[in-house]
Design a protein around this ligand. Structure first.
Ligand code: G3P
Length: 219
């Protein structure tokens, strides 16, 4: 399973990219606002840090405007990085129309705010490169988010659909394990959850013990 980082915080992206485990980045307007950086600032650095799909979201609501905004975003990015740009489009009928147009022009899209398998199917039919079901927000709402991932994976597998599934709105490491067990293509994971995936108390205890024993040998 590919791992994306779900943040617009450049320091976090830099640090975690240095672990050698990142396959891409997802951002959204909320994450950009939290980073305190402008879209142009983030764009200038992010493509150098990670060589993989980078999702940048439009905020327009009409299909034509979304397409124009997507193309404006592309003008801010050097041509050699265009292959890595995925335009994030919200799951609405206008969004589907925009996805259809962008996919015809071979511009990658990531349909966001997906909360059901039917929405994922429609987005895939429109030509989405990626779909992003938000499992944490479903869990918050008293529904089983991972059940939606299971349904999407079954449907996409039944019909050999190429659209990749990005499990989004991840809250904890068990979400990542469950996504991987279901065969999801990608999990986009916030930095704090990536750090929790890295750590185990027994690893720390083990290192301490090895170092202590090594001291005895070398004395
Ligand atoms: O990638 C989507 C993600 O950013 C949404 O996460 O935590 O706002 O539900 P959250």
């Amino acid at each position: 399973m590919k791992l994306f980082i779900d943040t617009a915080d450049l320091n976090e992206i830099k640090e975690i990219a240095s672990w050698g485990i990142l396959d891409g980045v997802t951002t959204n307007p909320t994450l950009l606002a939290k980073s305190g950086r402008s879209l142009q600032d983030v764009i200038n650095e992010i493509f150098v840090l990670v060589d993989g799909p980078i999702s940048l979201e439009v905020v327009s609501e009409k299909a034509e405007e979304m397409v124009t905004e997507a193309k404006q975003i592309l003008t801010k990015i050097p041509k050699n990085y265009h292959k890595n740009v995925a335009i994030k489009i919200p799951m609405t009928s206008e969004g589907l129309k925009a996805v259809k147009k962008l996919s015809k022009e071979e511009i990658k899209t990531n349909v966001t705010l997906i909360f059901s398998a039917n929405q994922a199917l429609l987005a895939a039919k429109a030509g989405a490169t990626f779909v992003s079901p938000f499992i944490g927000r479903l869990d918050d709402n008293g529904q089983e988010g991972m059940r939606v991932i299971e349904e999407i994976m079954d449907i996409f597998c039944n019909y050999d659909i190429n659209t990749e599934v990005i499990v989004a709105s991840i809250r904890h490491p068990i979400h990542v394990i469950e996504a991987a067990r279901l065969g999801a293509d990608i999990a986009t994971v916030p930095p704090d959850v990536l750090r929790k995936m890295l750590k185990h108390p027994l690893t720390d205890v083990g290192i301490k013990r090895f170092l202590k024993d090594w001291e005895k040998v070398t004395k």
